[in-house]
Design a protein around this ligand. Structure first.
Ligand code: BV8
Ligand code: ZN
Length: 244
């Protein structure tokens, strides 16, 4: 299986990767639906929906600031670095990620499509103000602030620039992801339970267009039934074997 997968990748014409929280698990970032995952401590309805934010913005900001603190300490792991290597080799055309942890960019990938936003970006709930706290260098100060973050332009509440349940995905990112999936002859699916839509359509679109799906996951997922090759294992060591 491993050799077959390595061959498919080496001879691919248009390789893409579709990643979820599992690829960042080895960087110390908890996944959502595994044991000890995020949704065990917080109910998603309480922290990742527009209603939750309207009802209790303090709780939602507590949740996202906790994740910002965690993610800013996290480093890309061997799996992220392997994908950056594949892009450098000219094989990997894009990474389509559900993750908001910025680790694919930090690993060196240039062509990254973020379907669910980015934890370091905040946006105003009223005007068009947006800020990437990493680029503006205000992340530390922002995390120190006690009260609810307010827009410097109009004074309204700021929110995380991520996609909550019940919210539409950024149209441009979603269209780009689906076009990439249509063109892909091989799609590496790494570390996703494949339960969240419309993101999880990506591997299905690859299949519908005659592409191959290689899945890397220590356990079966919603994608496994359509995977041509299922490499049961952790992302880091499996990606290293694939590139060996
Ligand atoms: C939408 C926010 C419509 C940012 C996330 C009712 C109303 C509206 C919509 C719905 C509804 N009911 C259902 C829906 C659809 C809903 C949905 O799909 N729900 C599911 C749960 C049934 N989708 C939506 O709501 C989407 N919006 O449909 O809007 C609309 C359209 C037009 C106009 C108005 C409305 C929005 C979905 C986005 C939600 N936001 N995150 C954040 O805080 O992160 S989703 C959340 O789950 C994360 O983003 C995460 O990326 C995503 C998917 O999870 P995974 O990445 O797969 O992670 P998970 O923990 O599940 O799995 C980890 C995997 O890794 C496991 O398989 C594990 O085995 C594996 N693993 C573990 N360790 C390793 C490993 N693999 C490799 N190596 C390891 N070491
Ligand atoms: Zn504003």
């Amino acid at each position: 299986m491993m050799e077959e997968a390595a061959k498919l990748i080496a001879h691919s014409r248009f390789l893409i990767a579709f990643t979820g929280a599992g690829i960042s698990a080895e960087s110390g970032i908890p996944t959502f639906r595994d044991k000890g995952g995020l949704w065990e401590k917080y109910r998603v309805e309480e922290v990742a929906t527009p209603e939750a934010f309207r009802r209790n913005p303090r709780l939602v900001w507590e949740f996202y600031k906790m994740r910002m603190r965690l993610m800013k300490e996290a480093k890309p792991n061997r799996a992220h670095l392997a994908l950056a290597e594949l892009e450098k080799m000219g094989l990997l055309k894009a990474v389509i990620t559900q993750n908001i942890d910025n680790l694919h960019r930090e690993a060196g990938n240039k062509n990254v499509v973020e379907l669910h936003g980015n934890i370091y970006r905040v946006k105003c709930t009223s005007c068009a103000y947006r800020e990437n706290l990493l680029d503006s260098g205000r992340l530390e100060e922002f995390l120190e602030e006690e009260g609810l973050p307010k827009c410097p332009e109009c004074g309204s509440l700021l929110r995380p620039d991520v996609v909550w349940f019940g919210e539409p995905l950024p149209q441009e990112a979603l269209q780009k992801a689906f076009k990439l999936a249509e063109r892909a002859d091989v799609c590496l699916v790494i570390g996703t339970s494949g339960q969240v839509f419309p993101a999880a359509y990506v591997p299905y679109i690859v299949k519908e267009n005659g592409g191959y799906v290689i899945e890397i996951n220590p356990r079966e997922s919603g994608i496994t039934p359509i995977a041509d090759i299922f490499l049961k294992g952790f992302a880091g060591e499996t990606m290293e074997h694939l590139l060996a």
